[in-house]
Design a protein around this ligand. Structure first.
Ligand code: SIN
Length: 485
């Protein structure tokens, strides 16, 4: 029997209730429909939780906190490890859920499950490696000690572009550190988060330690940001929304983790290996259909290699297929909504109007499909260089000297990721140093991993996720001054 579109092996993972204080609950008012971005049909519905239910989740997180924080780190880690194993055991179902609600090509969804589960695996071990310090005392008879403490109840607001990985990147370190968490997934993609919570329950996460509240940002956000119980907000999304959330958190002085807008540059220097440069551009631009904060939005190519690069990159882009994420051979699924398509169309037309040369792809054929497209000779002030396109549209801009390239790359208020391709160690060292960016990919477009700190400078955000630095974001340092020894 053939499988229905997006049908799961384990039907119970398609949930229509929110997870509050260890219970699966309905909300108040009409539920929210979840639509498949390709067929535009409704594939699920989730509750619109009330303000009181958000408060209930926060109160439960607060009640659960003291015990969870005092559990041995090894035991918290063991639960995270079981959770990781369950996610991997249900990898295909998670991949289908992600494609169903987000649209991305199934191979991208599978990669996301591995990437996302990796945060649980990493922090399962990292929980036990969180060390304190003894500082040499400046006077006799004293011992100066530093302990790491979990900061308390945390909230997470996660985006639609990586429905699993952006959640595990927050839940993994929070729970490993001994914090408790209430998460609000994006309204467009809540199903993955609910399935994830279900497996957390199966893994043995105690009631109240982790809740998922679904619904409207305008209802949920203010309860989270206004609560004096909540000690940290972690948000992945746009810079304007991050700024609003930071303002709302200011009166209660919450810790903030903000992973915000990107507008990443990719610099390709004359001495770059051509194949490496093309591969870097393919991944940096088209991973996740270009719907990523670290997507190379501006591709600057030095004049000596520019024509060869455009030929080779253009041939690759021309082979890419956009369509139904569930179909074999599809590289880019549908975009998330009509606004996404409108933005891509606007950026493409603007670049062409300003003298850009169409090398591969072209206009969107209708529906939510954006054809992978490459435009050469893009004006350096075109819209696509100034705003994140968040889609499979690549624009190439020429530059003359290394200094020009770095100046163009840094000419943005953002600084999340940047990429460079060169075979010269001196250029790599110098440009790597001078790029104003939290992350630099050198001869690679694949930079994201649970093992390294992910985060930006300038208006791209605050704090780091991933690695031991990501754990520290959920901890306070306590200094104990012991006298009379
Ligand atoms: C993002 O787009 O926000 C995250 C991308 C990544 O983790 O690679």
């Amino acid at each position: 029997m053939s499988r229905q579109r997006g049908e799961l092996d384990e039907k119970y993972l398609l949930l229509s209730k929110a997870y509050v204080a260890g219970k699966w609950v309905d909300g108040s008012g009409d539920p929210i429909a979840v639509d498949d971005p390709y067929t535009l049909e409704t594939v699920g519905q989730v509750p619109r939780v009330s303000e009181a239910q958000v408060s209930e989740a926060i109160d439960a997180a607060n009640r659960a906190f003291p015990q969870w924080a005092r559990w041995p780190a090894k035991e918290r880690g063991a639960i995270l490890r079981r959770w990781y194993e369950l996610v991997i055991q249900h990898k295909e179902d998670f991949a289908r859920l992600i494609t169903l609600e987000n649209g991305k090509a199934l191979k991208e969804s599978r990669a996301e499950v591995d990437y996302g589960a990796g945060f649980l695996e990493f922090y399962a071990d990292e929980a036990t490696r969180s060390l304190g310090e003894i500082i040499p005392a400046p006077v006799t008879g004293r011992r100066l000690m530093v302990e790491r403490e979990p900061i308390g109840v945390c909230v997470a607001i996660t985006p639609w572009n990586f429905p699993l990985a952006m959640l595990t990147r927050k839940v993994g370190p929070a729970l490993a550190a001994g914090c408790t968490m209430v998460a609000k997934p994006a309204e467009l993609t809540p199903l993955t988060a609910l399935a994830f919570a279900k497996l957390g329950e199966e893994a043995g996460v105690p009631a109240g330690v982790f809740s998922v509240v679904t619904g409207n940002s305008k209802t949920i956000g203010p309860v989270m940001t206004g609560s004096p119980i909540v000690r940290k907000l972690s948000f992945t999304g746009s810079t304007p929304v991050g700024a609003m959330l930071a303002e709302a958190c200011a009166p209660t002085i919450k810790r903030l983790g903000l992973e915000l807008g990107g507008n990443a540059p990719l610099l390709i220097f004359d001495d770059a290996d051509l194949d490496t440069a093309v591969e870097t551009a393919m991944v940096a631009k088209f991973r996740n259909g270009g719907q990523s904060c670290v997507a190379a939005n501006r591709i600057y190519v030095q004049n000596g290699i520019r024509d060869r690069f455009l030929d080779a990159f253009g041939s690759k882009v021309a082979t890419m297929k956009a369509g139904d994420g569930f179909e074999d051979g599809i590289d880019v699924g549908p975009m998330i909504d009509d606004r996404a398509i409108a933005k891509i169309d606007e950026h493409r037309e603007d670049a062409l109007r300003r003298g850009g040369r169409l090398i591969a792809g072209g206009a969107s054929p209708g529906g939510r499909i954006a054809v992978p497209t490459l435009i050469g000779d893009v004006a350096s002030d075109a819209l696509l260089t100034r705003e994140e396109t968040f889609g499979p549209l690549a624009g190439v801009i020429g530059f003359a000297s290394v200094e020009d390239g770095v100046r163009l790359a840094n000419d943005t208020p953002f600084g999340l990721a940047a990429y460079l391709c060169s075979s010269d160690p001196a250029t790599i060292a110098r440009v790597g140093r001078d790029l104003e960016s939290g992350i630099v990919g050198i001869n690679t477009g694949l930079i994201s991993t649970p093992f390294a700190p992910f985060g930006g400078v300038k208006q791209s955000g605050l704090g780091r996720e991933g690695s031991h630095h990501g754990l520290a974001e959920y901890q306070n340092l306590k200094y104990l001054c012991h006298a009379g020894l």
